[in-house]
Design a protein around this ligand. Structure first.
Ligand code: ZN
Length: 351
């Protein structure tokens, strides 16, 4: 994630703080230190820090189990609305997903229980303020544990629900159902948020977008999991030369209705030019040659590459197409349109 800073690693997993989180914490401490809001004192600030520490423990519990199942964790990022474990892949074994999803909320409930025992044993030795803080800490952890168990996919409870459904139907159908339940929960959360808590609206947006995104990625990896680039690439590749002008290229794009072209020099791929590059050029400068504006650092694919990997390249680099190259020669091109078309055909077969 952009704008986040690593603070330490646990089990080889980097724990990062997002800039918005750092700003929030800084604000809380400034408010507490200068007594800007009477109800927020230094103890409150420390308590909020501790609550975020338990959020890290929550995420680490997910990550620790995921790692034991051989899933790579990129990092844990702390945001003002909670923590995020960036996993490389989603476990497809429902039993594993179930345990990984449960680990987080269970860690909160365990922390709440331990704190409760501490409160019972040592409560009489603590000052009223400290035991009040501990009491608040217990309540927050109980709420965190229970809130995360709501079946609002992709929150933990939603993952547990998906795992439960996936034992009874296909993974894709289970995800579809869990995602649609998740989106309904998100709407309810947002409505409640309007009246009670702004944070809830942010979480609702996260859940809604997340449910959609994860369903789509499951569709892609399930339906296109066996495909290779050569199965769907366009082999009839139209190319341009570096000496073509912007004006000529624009005409070709309108005539052939392609939004991007590989540029070759003597059969050798030297760049790629897209409608985006062209549209930035003012009308009176369209006699410019495309070699001066084309992208030269190319993201390429191989005919035998897994399609899912190529889709990853398209998404990660936010590009619309990749040239497919074999032995230095361009043999095809894969565009987002090719992928969408293939997906649609497969989805039709699915129903
Ligand atoms: Zn969790």
């Amino acid at each position: 994630m952009k704008y986040s800073f690593k603070i330490f690693s646990v089990f080889g997993i980097p724990v990062e703080l997002h800039i918005t989180f750092l700003v929030l914490m800084l604000l809380i401490y400034i408010v507490a230190f200068f007594k800007i809001i009477p109800s927020i004192n230094l103890l409150t600030a420390v308590l909020i820090t501790l609550v975020f520490a338990t959020v890290v423990i929550h995420e680490l519990s997910h990550s620790y189990l995921a790692k034991r199942y051989g899933i790579r964790i990129e990092r844990i990022v702390l945001l003002p609305i909670g923590g995020l474990s960036e996993m490389e892949e989603i476990p497809k074994d429902p039993a594993q997903e179930l345990r990984i999803a449960l680990a987080g909320p269970v860690s909160n409930l365990v922390i709440a229980l331990i704190s409760y025992i501490v409160l019972i044993i040592f409560g009489s030795f603590l000052s009223i303020v400290l035991s009040g803080a501990l009491y608040y800490f217990i309540i927050v952890n109980l709420l965190l544990g229970l809130f995360n168990l709501l079946p609002a996919f992709p929150m933990d409870g939603g993952r547990i629900l998906r795992a439960f459904l996936a034992e009874r139907m296909s993974f894709i159908k289970a995800t579809k159902l869990a995602a649609s339940i998740g989106k309904q929960f998100a709407i309810i959360m947002a409505v409640i948020g309007v009246f009670f808590n702004f944070l809830l609206i942010l979480i609702a947006i996260f859940v809604y977008i997340g449910a959609d995104a994860e369903y789509k990625s499951v569709v892609v990896s399930t339906l296109l999991g066996d495909e290779m680039v050569k199965d769907i690439m366009t082999t009839d590749v139209h190319t341009l030369t570096p000496e073509d002008t912007v004006q000529e290229t624009l005409k070709t794009m309108f005539r052939e209705k392609h939004m991007g072209y590989p540029v070759t020099d003597d059969g050798k791929l030297v760049g790629i030019i897209t409608f985006d590059d062209i549209s930035k050029i003012p009308e009176n400068e369209r006699d410019m040659l495309i070699k001066d504006i084309m992208t030269r650092e190319l993201i390429l694919s191989d005919p035998n590459e897994d399609l899912v990997e190529t889709i990853g390249k398209l998404n990660k680099n936010r590009i619309g197409r990749v040239p497919v190259v074999k032995n230095g020669e361009i043999v095809g091109i894969v565009s987002k349109t090719d992928i969408t078309n293939t997906l649609q055909k497969k989805e039709l077969k699915l129903d």
